[in-house]
Design a protein around this ligand. Structure first.
Ligand SMILES: Nc1ncnc2c1ncn2[C@@H]1O[C@H](COP(=O)(O)OP(=O)(O)OP(=O)(O)O)[C@@H](O)[C@H]1O
Ligand code: SF4
Ligand SMILES: [Mg+2]
Length: 332
């Protein structure tokens, strides 16, 4: 995976590729023609992930991570930009999203495992739904597949008759993963999949995810606040700030040689594994107003190296596959 400079051409070899992705909520015009305010949640964002890789996406609360995730799995339509999987478009503005076709290729694992499972349905019912609607399996095939799925997430088959509230958070998240695997997708988008879990349980779920990735050659987009988890799990990392990717690199490179001033601030503020990402005690720690994005670099108000150029024009993401940064005056 690497981030692509905004507007650049996608490469055929990219498994999942996003370019110029924009999402605005609201906007448009009122009946009397007055311009309505729009929340600029994702602003010309680009990245790609190779088959079998884990891309970590990190960034503070509100920077747009879940909005990207929801667009990747077709829960939200992009305002503009493209998402491609294996060279074919998943989402294009103005074209309907084929949810069923998409669900067979790319699946979402939610942050809060318990609330993402219907409390009135047994695990059998929850896991059977995608086998019927997406895989069109008959009764016998469903029985075999249910047992396989439970084995794949290290849960006993007798749990199939239980309800979600009978499970711990870690077990519930395994069921969430099994539900995603039922579709036999190529890509899992994991939106803070372990943040709601105790640290000891987090490790078990992360090990399971790592095993499943190898076993089924899955590709992961792994969204997290926790830089320690990202460092341990991900092949590459993309740092998001205010709706854009500001830096992306191989995990080791990003942690040893951050070049964007925001990445540096994040790494300096989060000393160890397991610490939550926060720069809240820094001066001017607020993100800019999403209703009124600044014309230049969104980090300029907080950046010690900001110049007039930074305040006037937003820098594009530039660099190589190994390391790309959106900054006029990167750290060396
Ligand atoms: N449906 C919506 N309508 C209006 N604004 C929205 C909507 N969904 C998200 N936003 C706004 O878009 C921005 C990005 O939100 P998003 O949930 O993607 O952030 P996030 O990085 O996932 O945050 P967190 O780490 O807290 O989960 C925020 O300003 C948020 O308020
Ligand atoms: S572009 Fe300018 S303001 Fe933005 S991070 Fe780089 S130096 Fe700082
Ligand atoms: Mg989120």
């Amino acid at each position: 995976m690497t981030a692509l400079p905004t507007g650049s051409t996608m490469q055929a070899s990219n498994h999942l590729a996003v370019s110029d992705l924009v999402k605005q909520f609201g906007g448009g015009r009122s009946l009397i023609g007055r311009e309505l305010p729009a929340v600029h949640a994702v602003r010309k964002l680009a990245f790609h992930v190779e088959a079998g890789e884990i891309l970590g996406i990190v960034g503070e609360s509100g920077c747009g991570k879940s909005t990207v995730a929801r667009m990747l799995v077709g829960l939200d339509a992009p305002t503009s930009g493209r998402i491609e999987l294996g060279g074919s478009p998943l989402a294009e503005p103005g074209k309907p999203i084929h949810r069923r076709a998409l669900a067979n290729r790319i699946q979402y694992v939610f942050q809060d495992p318990l609330s993402s499972l219907n409390p009135r349905k047994t695990i059998r019912q929850i896991l059977t739904a995608p086998l019927v609607y997406l895989k069109h399996m008959d009764k016998e095939q469903i029985e075999t597949r249910l047992k396989e799925l439970m084995e794949q997430v290290n849960l006993r088959a007798e749990f199939l008759s239980r309800y979600p509230h009978e499970f711990s958070g870690g077990q519930a998240q395994r069921i969430g993963v099994a539900r995603a695997l039922a579709a036999e997708p190529e890509v899992l988008v994991l939106d803070e999949p372990v943040s709601a879990l105790d640290v000891s349980v987090q490790a078990q779920v992360l090990n399971l995810l790592q095993d499943l990735r190898k076993r089924f050659n899955l590709t992961y987009v792994f969204i997290s606040h926790d830089l320690g988890v990202v460092r341990n799990l991900c092949d590459r990392v993309a740092v998001m700030y205010f709706g854009r990717i500001v830096e992306t690199a191989d995990t080791d490179t990003l942690f040893s040689n951050p070049q964007h001033h925001y990445t540096r601030l994040l790494l300096d503020s989060v000393p160890g594994t397991g610490k939550q990402l926060s720069v809240g005690d820094q001066a001017n720690a607020e993100l800019p107003d999403p209703l009124k994005p600044p014309p230049g670099c969104a980090f300029a108000a907080r950046c010690p190296a900001a110049t007039d150029q930074c305040r006037q024009t937003d820098p594009e993401l530039k660099g190589t596959d190994a390391h790309a940064v959106a900054c006029y005056h990167p750290e060396k």
